[in-house]
Design a protein around this ligand. Sequence first.
Ligand SMILES: Cc1ncc(COP(=O)(O)O)c(C=O)c1O
Length: 466
Amino acid sequence: MSGWNFNMKPVRVPKINTKYRKIITKLPVPDSLPLFKELGQHESRSMHGQMPVIWDRAEGFQVYDGYGNCWIDFTSTIFVANAGHSNPAIIRALDKAIKQKLLHTYTFAHKSRVEFIKKLIDISPRQFEKAFLLSAGTEATECAVKLMRLNGQRQRANKVGIVSFLGSMHGRTMGAEMLKGNPISSAWIGYLDPHIYHLPFPYPWDEQLRQLPLGYDWQKRFESDIQGLKDKGIDFSTLAGFMIESYLGWGAIFYPKAYLQALAKFAKKYNILITFDEIQGGFGRTGKLFVYQHYGVEPDLLCLGKAISGSLPLSAVIGPKWIMDLPEVGSMSSTHSANPLSCAAGLANIKYLKKYNLVKESERKGKILHQYLNKLKSRFPDRISYIFGKGLLAAVIFKDPGSNKPDSVFPSYVCERAMQKGLLMVHTGRESIKIGPPLTIPDKALIEGLAVLAEAINEVDQEEKQ
Ligand SMILES: Cc1ncc(COP(=O)(O)O)c(C=O)c1O
């Protein structure tokens, strides 16, 4: 959501009143402007740039402001509220935890940490035997790097190389920034870890943005990409781990299966660990519990966050005992690790996901979502270049009709227009709009939201052509 300023002058918009949406004021709401002004004065601007809606309450798949407006939510905040906003089971668990009067324990043990960790390991595939709990996703990715390097160093002192993919998102702390390989976002660091290497992301298009042909040899492509590292003088036996964002976040772009399978084969040959960063896509978002399960490869470690608790700050790294126990006792912890409230929320959240079969629901509703979006692509062939994603995760990728090049301006206007019509979507500031409603959204609300997206694209398109 960078680099775009949404209009802050209230405009009159058509009134809307459906079963799922209500817009009855100018937008942004004139009475909300003093709050934005306060934020502008007292808060770092790096937190700003979002659409100007003051959230007052969010329940299920809807977001309310305090001024009588109500939106269908296609964001789940940012892929957090998979089990629905203010999920009643999570709220009940939090109520109980608050009444127990245990808000923090640092690393002293407490019962809900025991129960949550046990549940997390229970629902995870067999190779994941232990977990380490943290608060933010960025801590989890840095922790996974530490574990992969500790394991590498057991084999030889210089086996510390980490390979990640250009364009990925792994967080905003220093190590996580370096994993992204984005020279702009990591320029502030002033140096780069000489043992973090990057491969180009295997985009499904060529330089002209044309889709690569069916049968393109992705295995060869991996072999040639990794050979590129060797050509730069990197000895494969010094590589400790691959850090893989399970799909490219900004565009919900999945890796070709054959590419990752070739990577896994290579990793096995050179004793290199594989971590999947599942922070965005984990917990059912893509129609499977974890995204890696789409690829037919077996990672060693998973980084989890966001929808792990559906609400409060919680993240985790999970893996087999022999990796998770590499750090010495007491050498990996964090003040808010395994906070009692976060663990209570996480436990209720996972139970709810299981009880209501939300992973399957994501797969089922995902078909509705993707069918609709693909029709939209046929309707606007000069605006939409690709639809990506799986399950209840999608990205619509926009292009400029004249140049056929990626267009980041048009989707910003589309997001704003949709907001004025009672639909919130993920504004990326790039050529994509991302869609990720709570997995609990009713089919009819999903379809109504998609119709709003279609209206918004159509209106902005017509206005631009005038
Ligand atoms: C794939 C991925 N990894 C890591 C992060 C960082 O998580 P956090 O913002 O909780 O630090 C994000 C956040 O968007 C993410 O999408």
